[in-house]
Design a protein. Structure first.
Length: 85
């Protein structure tokens, strides 16, 4: 049997996990671009590029918050299921 997740099955933290992953990827690409001039021997990028690379850590924290929200929702569902049984 194949298990598929639909929009109605989405847990509260799923959106945070997606947003966190996107922010992390943007930050990772910005970090690679920011570090590239060090290896290429060119002029470093402006400070804004270093600030954009900080999104990698922000994305990680947002995704972690989403995971914790999902865990809490699953625990609530499990407790509700054991009480009704």
């Amino acid at each position: 049997m194949r298990s598929e997740t639909t929009a109605s099955d989405a847990l509260p933290g799923d959106g945070l996990i997606r947003v966190g992953a996107i922010l992390f990827l943007i930050g990772a690409v910005a970090t690679l671009v920011t570090v590239a001039p060090l290896f290429l021997g060119t002029e470093p990028f402006p400070t804004v590029s270093y600030l954009v690379s900080m999104l990698m850590g922000v994305g990680f924290l947002v995704a972690a918050a989403g995971v914790l929200r999902t865990i809490a929702a699953q625990r609530r569902q499990a407790r509700a299921a054991t009480r009704s049984a």
